[in-house]
Design a protein around this ligand. Structure first.
Ligand SMILES: N[C@@H](CCC(=O)N[C@@H](CS)C(=O)NCC(=O)O)C(=O)O
Length: 367
C-alpha cells in the first residue's frame, strides 16, 4: 500500500543578526515568548528543554482570548547552523491535534547576517501546509522585529508619495505607533505599486512577504499587530463604528470633493491653457460647506471624531484639511467651522503631524 501523500512548506529570510542570536531565539524559552506567534497574537507560555530528545511547548493567545498550544521534541541541535524539532498542535480545538509534523531550520552565515531556511513538512493536506505558511510568514516577521538590527524596519516598507494625503495618514499612524519602517517613494500606477496594489493607488504596505493595500486596512493592521494594545481604534463598539463611519465618509465623499475635485484642480490644472478647471472647482466649492459643517458638528466641543481620543478617523481627515486650508478659498471656508479649526489645531501639535509635513511642497506637488 502506498504511504499517504504529505505536504510541506519552505521559507527563506535574510536576518541582519548573527546566527547565534537567531539560534537562541528558537531555543531560549524567554526569547521564544517574545516572538513565536503570528503578529497580533502573544505567547502566554513557553517551555524549552533545548537538548536532543528534550521537549518544547508554547501557548499562543489571539486577541479574542482564544488559546492554541503546540509542542514537540528536539531531534537535532547543531548550534548555530541547524535545528530540527517535531511539531504537533494540542487540544481538541485544533483540526491537526496530535498530527506530528517536522520543522527543520538551517542558519547560513551570509553578508554579515544570517540566511534562515525553514522547512516544515509532514502535513496531511495541502490546505494545512498553506495555512502554516501564512502563519510562518507572520511569525518570522515577528522574529525579525526582535533580532534584526533594523527592528520593524527590517520587514515594514510603506510605498507611496509623501505628498499624498492617504500616504500621510499611514505615515502618521506609523509615527503614532512609534514604528520604524522603510519608505519607498513611488507614484500611483507605477510598476512598483502595481506589484502590490491591483488598482494602482497609493499607499501600499509590505510587511516581509505580506502586502496590503487600502489605507484603512493598513492602519488597522498596524494598530492591531504592533504593540500590546490597539491605540488608533476606539475600544467601545459604538466609537469603533463611528471611527469606521468617518473613514468611510472620507473614502466615499470627502476625498473626492476636497482633494480630487478641489486641491488637485489647483495643483494639477487640467483646464484650458494649463489653468485650473473653474467648473470643477466651483462644483466642489458648492459641496464643501455641507461636508465641513458635518465634520464641524461631529467634532463639537471635543478634539476627536470618535471615542474621545485620537483615532484612525482623525488621521484620515487631518492631511486633507491641511491641503484645503492652503487653497485660495480654504481659509474662508474654514471660518464657518470653528470646532473643526480648533480640533485641527490640537492635532497639528502632535509629533506625528509635524514630522510628516510634506511642505513646502515642491512644484507640481500631488495631494
Ligand atoms: N481608497 C484608497 C484611496 C487611495 C488614493 O486614492 N490615493 C491617491 C493619492 S492620495 C491616488 O493613488 N491617486 C491616483 C489615482 O486616483 O489614480 C485608500 O484608502 O488607500
Amino acid at each position: 500500500m502506498n504511504a499517504p501523500e504529505r505536504f510541506e512548506l519552505q521559507q527563506t529570510r535574510f536576518i541582519r543578526a548573527p546566527r547565534d542570536k537567531v539560534f537562541a531565539a528558537f531555543t531560549d524559552e524567554t526569547l521564544l515568548r517574545q516572538w513565536h506567534c503570528p503578529r497580533g497574537m502573544s505567547v502566554t507560555h513557553s517551555r524549552s528543554d533545548a537538548r536532543t530528545s528534550g521537549e518544547w511547548q508554547l501557548q499562543m493567545q489571539a486577541r479574542d482570548g482564544s488559546r492554541f498550544a503546540v509542542g514537540g521534541v528536539y531531534r537535532e541541535l547543531s548550534r548555530p547552523e541547524r535545528l530540527v524539532y517535531t511539531w504537533a498542535w494540542q487540544g481538541e480545538n485544533s483540526p491537526l491535534a496530535g498530527v506530528e509534523t517536522l520543522v527543520e531550520v538551517e542558519l547560513l552565515a551570509r553578508d554579515g547576517g544570517t540566511e534562515l531556511r525553514l522547512r516544515h513538512s509532514g502535513f496531511p493536506a495541502a490546505a494545512a501546509s498553506e495555512a502554516h505558511a501564512v502563519g510562518w510568514r507572520s511569525t518570522l516577521n515577528h522574529l525579525l522585529d526582535l533580532v534584526d538590527e533594523r527592528g520593524s524596519a527590517a520587514t515594514l516598507t510603506l510605498l507611496g508619495d509623501v505628498r499624498s494625503s492617504y500616504t500621510r495618514t499611514v505615515r502618521m499612524a506609523l509615527a503614532e505607533k512609534g514604528l520604524a519602517y522603510d519608505f519607498q517613494a513611488c507614484a500611483p500606477h507605477s510598476p512598483e505599486i502595481l506589484a502590490v496594489h491591483p488598482f494602482g493607488r497609493i499607499p501600499a504596505l509590505r510587511d516581509g512577504e505580506i502586502s496590503l493595500f487600502e489605507t484603512s486596512a493598513i492602519v488597522r493592521y498596524l494598530d492591531e499587530c504592533f504593540g500590546s494594545a490597539a491605540t488608533l481604534l476606539p475600544g467601545s463598539q459604538l466609537a469603533r463604528a463611528q471611527c469606521e463611519q468617518w473613514v468611510s465618509a472620507v473614502n466615499a465623499y470627502l476625498y473626492d470633493t476636497m482633494v480630487r475635485r478641489y486641491v488637485l484642480q489647483y495643483r494639477f490644472p487640467r483646464g484650458t491653457a494649463g489653468q485650473p478647471d473653474r467648473g470643477v472647482i466651483d462644483g466642489a466649492l458648492k459641496d464643501m460647506p455641507a461636508q465641513l459643517a458635518a465634520l464641524d458638528k461631529a467634532y463639537g466641543a471635543g478634539d476627536w471624531l470618535a471615542g474621545g481620543a485620537l483615532s484612525m478617523a482623525d488621521l484620515f481627515v487631518a492631511p486633507i484639511l491641511a491641503y484645503v486650508e492652503r487653497m485660495p478659498e480654504g481659509p474662508a471656508l474654514l471660518t464657518a467651522a470653528p470646532n473643526l479649526r480648533r480640533a485641527q489645531a490640537t492635532l497639528r501639535r502632535r509629533e506625528s503631524f509635524i514630522r510628516t509635513d510634506p511642505t513646502p511642497p515642491p512644484e507640481g506637488a500631488a495631494a
